[in-house]
Design a protein. Structure first.
Length: 439
């Protein structure tokens, strides 16, 4: 019976590939194997898991962050942000692409919702970049990579889900994300700038026009369009990092700020508010259903002795800690080819975290490596959710081969960020340790 939990993964994968939704695939697998391993006693285990999940205060941040992102999407803030940033970058090589990444960074630091940023930014910037003759691969890669920054730049819905599963503080994970996220975003900006200097036809400079704003006008536009969203970023992210608010409280502050910004820019309407609430309901229901299914799944796997058997197998393989870590990261990378981020988190994080801790690695550091691999899988074909989002908002002249070609350099940059984080763990662990001393 020891080996029985290991059949759960292939059974769940088969159900997913047969077209059954992830949540139902994992629930069906959990019920079948739970009955085989525990009999009817599994019902008590399931009730306990459901109660633990439903009473987890941290997860209340999920609908609040989703609502915040939905309100930002409906309020037209993206247009104002792009204008405020682009007036300073338009003369640079690849200025439109640079402005796109910078806008994605601010959006990621505002709401942390994956996909919403890419859809909004794509609809806004693709027509402009095509008009000025930007390379279609560069357009695709910039929007896909920039839109995925919500995974690694705090606050992040992914981290809110990961914290309870790994039994770690969500605040520590958000501290640990800061420098890897900035490194990755910096690599994106550097790559775009260097590419467009070497190959000007990829991202032409925009020539001066008679109606260009003067310096003082630029300052005014930036102040009006950029300062309020940055204050919102500080209200959300700053309150978490400075220890003034928990992630859930900060998410509530952010939701209130998003509504306030919509009202400030005269974009708040009953219909827009209703659409944002309905979108929040749909996305939150999806996340919580998959989270519940994953909790039941991992509960049966761990309760059936799966972790103990895995530990014995790894001991018998006589892998060094670094070989074990490399194997885990490789598994995550391959899993990302076929599964969405929440499935990868729910299936592998509860299994890997105890093994990583037993091997002597910092679990917060491992979770950040996990996040970087998630973001890499977000761009990596064949699943590549980032490409699916882009296809939904891109015109016909941008074809799928442009998208695949465009994301490859950014995948390489993410692997560089992974190598930096692996080589210097202090990139992750320094800020959480400093903030712990200040508390």
């Amino acid at each position: 019976m020891d080996w029985l939990p290991f059949l759960m993964l292939p059974v769940a994968f088969v159900l997913i590939f047969l077209g059954i939704q992830v949540a139902f695939s994992m629930m069906i697998t959990a019920v079948l194997f739970g009955l085989m391993i525990f009999g009817d006693r599994v019902v008590h285990q399931f009730v306990e898991k459901i109660e633990d999940l439903s009473s987890n205060f941290v997860l209340a941040a999920v609908p609040l962050f989703v609502f915040m992102g939905a309100m930002l999407e409906k309020s037209g803030i993206a247009d104002r942000l792009f204008e405020a940033i682009h007036i300073w970058t338009r003369r640079l090589p690849g200025g439109l692409a640079l402005a796109t990444v910078l806008m994605c960074i601010i959006f990621a630091a505002s709401s942390g919702v994956i996909g919403a940023t890419e859809s909004v930014v794509g609809l806004l910037t693709i027509p402009i970049m095509l008009r000025y003759g930007y390379n279609k691969g560069l357009i695709s890669g910039t929007i896909c990579a920039g839109g995925s920054l919500g995974t690694i730049i705090p606050p992040s819905v992914v981290v809110v889900v990961m914290g309870p599963l790994a039994n770690l503080s969500v605040g520590d994970l958000m501290y640990g994300m800061v420098f890897p996220g900035l490194i990755m975003a910096g690599l994106y900006l550097l790559y775009i700038f260097v590419l467009c200097v070497v190959r000007p036809e990829f991202g032409p400079r925009i020539p001066p026009e008679p109606g260009d704003p003067k310096f003082l006008e630029k300052v005014r536009i930036t102040t009006v369009n950029l300062l309020p969203p940055l204050l919102m970023v500080f209200a959300v992210l700053g309150s978490i990092l400075l220890g003034w608010a928990s992630p859930t409280e900060a998410a509530a502050i952010g939701s209130l700020c998003a509504v306030g910004l919509s009202a400030l820019y005269r974009q708040l309407s009953p219909s827009g508010l209703f659409e944002a609430l309905m979108k929040t309901l749909r996305i939150t229901a999806m996340i919580m259903a998959v989270l519940l299914a994953g909790t039941l799944f991992t509960g049966v796997f761990i309760g059936g002795g799966g972790i103990g058997v895995a530990s014995r197998l790894i001991t018998e393989m006589q892998l060094s800690p670094w070989m074990l870590l490399s194997l885990m990261l490789l598994i995550l990378f391959l899993a990302g080819f076929f599964l969405d981020w929440i499935s990868v988190v729910l299936i592998f994080l509860p299994i890997f975290t105890p093994l990583v801790t037993a091997a002597g690695f910092d679990p917060v550091w491992f979770c950040i490596l996990f996040l970087i691999m998630l973001q890499t899988s977000y761009l990596t074909p064949p699943m590549a959710p980032a490409i699916f989002y882009l296809r939904a908002v891109s015109p016909k002249e941008i074809q799928i081969r442009d998208m695949y070609r465009g994301v490859m350099p950014f995948i390489a940059l993410q692997l560089v960020a992974l190598a930096v984080t692996l080589t210097w763990p202090g990139v992750v662990t320094w800020l959480p340790s400093v903030m712990l001393q200040l508390r």
